[in-house]
Design a protein around this ligand. Structure first.
Ligand code: NAP
Ligand code: ZN
Ligand code: ZN
Length: 350
């Protein structure tokens, strides 16, 4: 027995997303079922749907920034009860046995197959996983997050990917007072990076393609804002930053950005461009700089991020949309015309 729910699905790389129905499994002893209220649109949804990271398994029901209200819990569930506000991010399970899983770094699970993605993956029951562009979902309680009461569900959704993807590297590389941090790209991820790094006490600079969004950037917590289309930016800021987080979805001239790092500085790549990244030797080695990457965050750190955001009153800037606006929203994300996260009101899937 399963439950049928409405969803928005992609059936190919080129056709628009359309309304469909999917099945959700019955609630097992360790499962939490919840009504999805809101689902954020991450640029990763678009990369996946368009086959930019390889051919996905169609139909794809994307969405890994999911927030909702618990409707049923399994007999052995201890963490959640009906009515709780909960969320799910980029994965819904993992091996639970490898060192990383045991350490709460489920996103880096080294067990067979690694973490199980919220969509475009195969669940432990052998059925395809479908994401948040849908009315309801059933997830093991260990992969569900608690949304603090002070964060409304529409604004909570983007924290489950955009929020944690920036919180984790900022935390890991010690963003804080006396640290100069730059965020490349003021989109969904980038604007969360500005807010979180500012709340951690760092001096924050935005590196955007133009100065169009400068007023927003400064309001969100940036101390400085520069256009990367201006060559002078790279001379002015040479050797300045302890930490740079690159959130750009396209390939950039990494060598130019490495030059902005101080001695021993680190550039963390979180943007996931389609083509391989290129970096010559000297801008990297000259100042003992590091190039690193980071992927979302584990369950404990995601909960820590949600609680941090509640404590510091941090929420994303969102534009709530109806489900049938998804295709237009995708076009606007691709045109960098998003301020700063589209969130689907899933009640419009009725
Ligand atoms: P987004 O909202 O589209 O933001 C990306 C921003 O990058 C844009 O707003 C734009 O900012 C800048 N940009 C876009 N195209 C550019 C270009 N050709 N040249 C220079 N700058 C450009 O996307 P997002 O949802 O934040 O996601 C960003 C990337 O992170 C995607 O590749 C996504 O797949 C990846 N991602 C990775 C993780 C992870 O765990 N590592 C998690 C989530 C997403 P400006 O207008 O300010 O220049
Ligand atoms: Zn994402
Ligand atoms: Zn594992």
């Amino acid at each position: 027995m399963t439950t049928t729910v409405n969803a928005m699905a992609a059936t190919s790389a080129t056709e628009p997303l359309t309304k469909t129905t999917i099945e959700r499994r019955d609630v097992g002893p360790h499962d939490v079922a919840f009504d999805i209220k809101f689902a954020g649109i991450c640029h990763s949804d678009i990369h996946t749907v368009k086959g930019e990271w390889g051919e996905p398994e169609y139909p794809v029901v994307a969405g890994h920034e999911i927030a909702g209200v618990v409707t049923e819990v399994g007999s052995d569930v201890t963490k959640y009860k009906v009515g709780d506000h909960v969320g799910v991010g980029c994965f819904v399970d993992s091996c639970r046995e490898c060192d990383n899983c045991k350490a709460g770094l489920q996103q880096y699970c080294t067990g067979e197959g690694g973490m199980i993605g919220t969509y475009n993956a195969t669940g432990k029951d052998g059925t395809p996983t479908y994401g948040g562009y849908s009315q309801a979902i059933v997830v093991d309680e260990n992969y569900v997050l608690r949304i603090p009461d002070s964060i409304p569900l529409d604004k909570a959704a983007p924290l489950l990917c955009a929020g944690i993807t920036l919180f984790s590297p900022l935390h890991h590389w010690g963003a804080g007072p006396d640290k100069k941090v730059a965020i490349i790209g003021l989109g969904g991820l980038g604007h969360m990076g500005v807010k979180i790094a500012h709340a951690m006490g760092a001096e924050v600079t935005v590196l955007s393609q133009s100065l169009k969004k400068m007023e927003d950037g400064l309001r969100l917590g940036a101390d400085e804002y520069y256009a990367t289309s201006d060559e002078d930016t790279f001379t002015k800021l040479a050797g300045k930053f302890d930490l740079i987080v690159n959130t750009v979805s396209a390939n950039l001239d990494l060598a130019a950005y490495m030059g902005l790092l101080a001695t021993d500085g680190t550039l963390v790549e979180v943007g996931a461009p389609e083509k391989p990244m290129e970096l010559p030797f000297f801008p990297l080695a000259a100042q003992r700089r590091s190039l690193s990457g980071s992927m979302i965050g584990g369950i404990p750190e995601t909960q820590e991020m949600l609680d941090f955001c509640a404590e510091h009153d941090i929420t994303p800037e969102i534009e709530v949309i109806a489900a049938d606006y998804v295709n237009e929203a995708y076009e606007r994300v691709l045109a960098s015309d998003v301020r700063y996260r589209f969130v689907i009101d899933t009640s419009t899937l009725q």
